[in-house]
Design a protein around this ligand. Structure first.
Ligand code: ZN
Length: 459
């Protein structure tokens, strides 16, 4: 690996604010888990790296899921009786409930309010809300705007399409001397949101671009995929490649000025964990290492019991923890060019360490204590099962796993813990210790999952 070439490229990117400029170019695009927004985004990346763009038809079965219909949107608004647009998709693509079905009608004030999503605790922020698997329509707006919705009727229009099409993702492969691979994964499905999403895209694309110019020991695979369904799709189509992937890094929320954060792999005891610990210790930056938890981003698919790729996450302020998370305030002002550049340098320190080591140890497996009770086996272990279709997970995602958690949040979190750790080795007591959730809640959760035929009791 040629360190001088890497340094020269990082220096040039930093001097020219390349990452930030690419983010500015990608910011206006309305992305979702399918559709032209993802294609446009990947086409822009293809100008920089030799990205393979793959289309997977709607309806394709991918483990427990099906690739959904493709969603595209041209325009959307709510007009008052004077004909003024009071909510306008063209002003912010976050105003639309992502994946809204088409609608065009005059409705009463009260009916309109049933379709408006706001955050009462953040009255001046437009939330980011999605409804991928439940056919719905809606708008997202500032909670403070509700006070001014006083006309008797409103005209609503959503010019969208939900049709058979494709799920699109991008893949870049850099062949190294060894066939052992390091996977770098980021998602491409969020609309105009900078830290949570675009930061991961621009940093990953730059790493790929720089690695393509040098010789490496490891092979590096990069995925630019829609979150959750994209990871599930890729894994289901590429099961044979999984054993070559030794460690994986998910990059997200890496452009704010918070401290460098690393979320450990499930075992917490893999080569990538050791490398992050060493590199963070030797850096003069503020850093934080977090234990694994089985929700967040695609680490939960890669770490599911039937896939089991040791996966860590690189972030600045972790998802869920910054005020602007999943709101229109996660914008170009919130992300700093210098933070993107520092994150890029930090990840290259990690890659350099992998290249120096030239070896990734075998995954660490825990052995079941034969005396433990309350041990379950996930019988749908490859990625997470589609919980929405089984009516055990809310279908409209507000992703409010931030701050104080209510009982619905806790029961959803418990589902993730039980499914992810029920590989036959961890007992509910072990899961309780790791998660801090009560045995009572975990027992209740496993009972539901057994009834839904997602889990079976071993002892
Ligand atoms: Zn997100």
């Amino acid at each position: 690996m040629n360190k001088q070439i890497i340094d020269k490229n990082i220096c040039k990117a930093t001097k020219n604010n390349e990452l930030y400029h690419l983010m500015e170019e990608l910011y206006p695009i309305c992305r979702s888990i399918t559709g032209d927004g993802v294609r446009k985004t990947l086409k822009i990346l293809k100008q920089r790296i030799n990205l393979k763009i793959i289309e997977v038809p709607s309806g394709t079965k991918v483990f427990d899921w099906k690739v959904p219909l493709e969603w595209n949107i041209q325009d959307a608004y709510v007009k008052n009786l004077k004909g003024e647009k009071i909510i306008d998709f063209k002003k912010s693509n976050l105003h639309i409930l992502n994946y809204s079905k088409p609608v065009s009608k005059k409705i009463s004030k009260n009916e309109l309010k049933l379709h408006l999503h706001t955050i009462p605790e953040k009255p001046n922020s437009i939330p980011y809300v999605t409804s991928y698997y439940k056919k719905e329509w809606g708008f997202c707006t500032k909670h403070n705007q509700l006070k001014s919705i006083n006309d008797d009727f409103y005209q609503v229009k959503i010019d969208s399409t939900l049709k058979k099409g494709n799920l699109t993702y991008g893949e870049f492969f850099k062949k190294g001397k060894s066939s052992d691979e390091i996977l770098i994964s980021t998602y491409v499905c969020h609309p105009s949101l900078c830290n949570d999403n675009l930061s991961g895209i621009v940093i990953s694309a730059k790493i790929a671009e720089i690695l393509s110019k040098i010789n490496t020991f490891f092979s590096y695979r990069f995925l630019f995929i829609p979150e959750t369904i994209g990871a599930i799709t890729w894994l289901s189509k590429n099961e044979k490649k999984i054993s070559r992937i030794k460690n994986c890094l998910v990059i997200t929320c890496a452009g704010d000025s918070g401290k460098f954060t690393y979320k450990k792999t499930k075992s917490g005891n893999e080569t990538i964990d050791e490398i992050f610990k060493k590199v963070f210790k030797n850096s003069n930056k503020k850093t934080m290492i977090k234990e694994f938890f089985p929700y967040g981003s695609d680490e939960r698919q890669f770490s599911s019991p039937g896939i089991n790729i040791p996966t860590g996450v690189f972030m600045r302020t972790p998802y869920y923890e910054f005020q602007q998370y999943h709101t229109a305030d996660d914008n170009l002002d919130f992300v700093k060019s210098s933070s993107l550049n520092d994150s890029l340098s930090m990840i290259f320190k990690i890659i350099t360490e992998f290249e120096t080591k030239k070896q990734v140890k075998d995954k660490s497996e825990i052995q079941r204590n034969s005396k433990s009770k309350n041990v379950f086996l996930n019988i749908n272990p490859k990625c997470e099962p589609q919980l929405g279709k089984r009516k055990i997970y809310r279908e409209i995602s507000k992703r409010r796993l931030t701050g104080k958690k209510n009982s619905q949040d806790l029961s959803e979190i418990a589902i993730f813990w039980v499914l992810n750790f029920s590989d036959g080795n961890y007992s509910l007591e072990d899961i309780s210790k790791k998660s801090g959730l009560s045995i009572k809640l975990l027992k209740k959760t496993s009972k539901i999952l057994v009834e839904k035929k997602l889990l079976k009791k071993l002892s």
